[in-house]
Design a protein around this ligand. Structure first.
Ligand SMILES: O=P(O)(O)OC[C@H]1O[C@H](O)[C@H](O)[C@@H](O)[C@@H]1O
Length: 531
């Protein structure tokens, strides 16, 4: 296609909303009119599915749950008065709590006010808050925020060290819908122990966001934590950013949460339009379907040309991959669906992997995120007539053209600025596009059965670890790995025993390994009593 034809295609497919100032360009996806026509029946079903979902249908059949994240910013759509009131009052409670913390009305026993926030959670209980913090928090927010989103002891140490003496004025927010996720529980226990080691009481510093009756809920209640915010079962972790999960940490950081909700609400109105070419979430999901042939044949590379949006791809990784990566469709057929998502930011990534995107295996489509306003205030000229922001803009256009010339498709989303309304709108746009794509491919986007397998396997490794330690403690002398595994009642798990004992030995946890680590058959394990 020559430039004039491409320009015409750009104008034909451009979606723009003046209220939000957001544009979506899918002209560099090479579908034709017949493809769009062929998608029409699928979209009729997707629009009908969405109407049922928003009306309170059990849209997550495996877990027998409603899917209600769209009500969070339009409580009047919730299917009962109780739900409406609960949504409204919870938002008010979040705002009031943040004001009390900022005003010092709620303060720790050991200081006049809270200075820092440690937010502990993982997956849907971390990725949204981390993305929003990076996108919207001020350089000097009311509470300096630190995240613990793993069970890595060194990572936890780093957070606790960076807080230092301010632990006495630190608010600890523990977020877990299930209330039993081990990484989150471990992070909480480590922080609680750090408080104890400094002679500080933990409960007046601690806040839980969790499902009612969960293990975390019971702990928070029995220990008398400062506050507990319940989570609804009809909000999935990965669509919880605009629930208390995302709103509370954002409000504590002084971010305008009403702006985020308003932006999402406005985008929801736009993505309810039951016409493909007037609905940006439909255009987005149709473009994914085209690129992936409806079967995940291509990866989604997300390239925001703005540092403050660089966590968007990590956030979308969970939203898209956990929602769409499914073995079976809704009729029980094996389909192995999904779309792989990766990316960091432009132009930085041009110096990392754009070489492969342009010339290597064509197994992806790109999504460029452009932000029109470069910065607050004027930009100096780096050279006559050009600013740093002009370069950023030029690199985006250049990469988009270079990819297209080589047969690589792309979508471009243009944002006016990075502000609360825009961030809320982007979250809502992708939530709806994922919902549509799930309907187009006939899958349940709202469960995650595959995650359980890894959790069960990890739990059995920790059980084996205890058995191995017992076997070593009762052995009369050093044992080969095969013998210690057999003595632990797991003769087939010698490899697992090797990996566990190597880890315990490296951390001086009582296990001594003698022999050559590179030749596991030479190793002899024994227990060394402490002291
Ligand atoms: O909020 P939590 O219950 O602690 O869950 C945290 C995460 O755990 C699992 O990995 C689930 O697959 C995710 O969807 C969830 O976001």
């Amino acid at each position: 296609m020559d430039k004039a034809a491409l320009w015409q295609r750009y104008q034909d497919w451009l979606w723009y909303d003046a209220g939000l100032g957001i544009a979506l360009d899918i002209s560099r996806m090479r579908f034709d009119r017949s493809f769009v026509t062929s998608m029409q029946p699928k979209f009729e079903r997707a629009f009908a599915d969405m109407q049922a979902l928003e009306g309170g249908a059990i849209a997550n059949p495996d877990e027998g749950r409603m899917v209600g994240h769209y009500w969070l910013r339009a409580p009047e759509l919730a299917p009962s008065d109780n739900l409406k009131q609960a949504i409204v009052s919870r938002i008010e409670k979040v705002k009031a709590f943040a004001l009390q913390i900022h005003g010092g009305e709620l303060c720790p026993p050991e200081a006049e006010s809270f200075s820092d926030l440690i937010s502990i959670g993982i997956g849907g209980s971390a990725l949204g808050p981390e993305f929003v913090e990076q996108a919207l928090a001020a350089v000097n927010p009311p509470l300096h925020t630190h995240f613990i989103d793993n069970t890595d002891p060194a990572g936890i140490d780093k957070v606790i060290a960076s807080v230092g003496d301010r632990l006495k004025s630190t608010l600890v927010l523990v977020t877990s819908k299930s209330g039993g996720t081990p990484e989150t529980y471990n992070g909480m226990m480590e922080v609680q122990l750090a408080f104890a080691a400094r002679g500080l009481s933990f409960a007046p510093h601690a806040v839980a966001i969790t499902g009612e009756g969960s293990k975390l809920h019971r702990k928070a209640t029995s220990e008398g934590w400062l506050a507990t915010f319940p989570m609804y079962d009809w909000i999935g972790g990965r669509t919880s950013e605009l629930s208390v999960v995302g709103l509370l940490p954002a409000a504590l950081q002084g971010i305008d949460i009403q702006g985020m909700l308003d932006g999402a609400r406005a985008m929801d109105v736009l993505t309810r339009v039951p016409l493909i070419n007037r609905n940006p979430a439909a255009l987005l999901s149709m473009s994914w379907y085209y690129a992936c042939n409806g079967k995940g044949e291509k990866d989604m590379v997300v390239l925001p040309y703005k540092d403050s949006l660089s966590l968007l791809s990590r956030y979308l990784q969970q939203l898209v991959m956990e929602s769409l990566g499914k073995e079976s469709d809704l009729d029980g057929n094996i389909v192995h669906q999904g779309i792989a998502v990766y990316g960091n930011k432009g132009s930085t990534d041009q110096h990392a992997y754009v070489q492969q995107l342009r010339e290597g295996v064509p197994n992806f489509f790109a999504t460029f995120i452009e932000v029109l306003v470069d910065r607050v205030g004027d930009s100096p000229e780096i050279e006559p007539g050009a600013t740093a922001g002009d370069y950023l803009s030029g690199f985006l256009q250049g990469t988009r053209s270079a990819l297209y010339e080589n047969g690589r498709d792309s979508i471009t989303i243009t944002l006016p600025d990075v502000n609360p309304q825009v961030v809320g709108a982007i979250l809502a746009l992708y939530e709806r596009a994922v919902s549509f794509y799930a309907s187009l491919t006939n899958i349940n986007a709202y469960h995650q059965p595959g995650v359980e397998a890894g959790k069960k396997a990890a739990a059995s490794i920790l059980t084996l670890q205890k058995q191995l330690v017992e076997a070593l403690k009762s052995a009369s002398g050093p044992l080969s790995l095969a013998k210690v595994a057999a003595a632990a009642g797991a003769p087939d798990d010698v490899e697992a025993a090797y990996i566990i004992l190597r880890h315990l030995s490296a951390n001086e946890r009582g296990v001594v390994l003698e022999g050559d680590l590179g030749k596991p058959s030479t190793l002899r394990a024994s227990w060394q009593n402490e002291g």
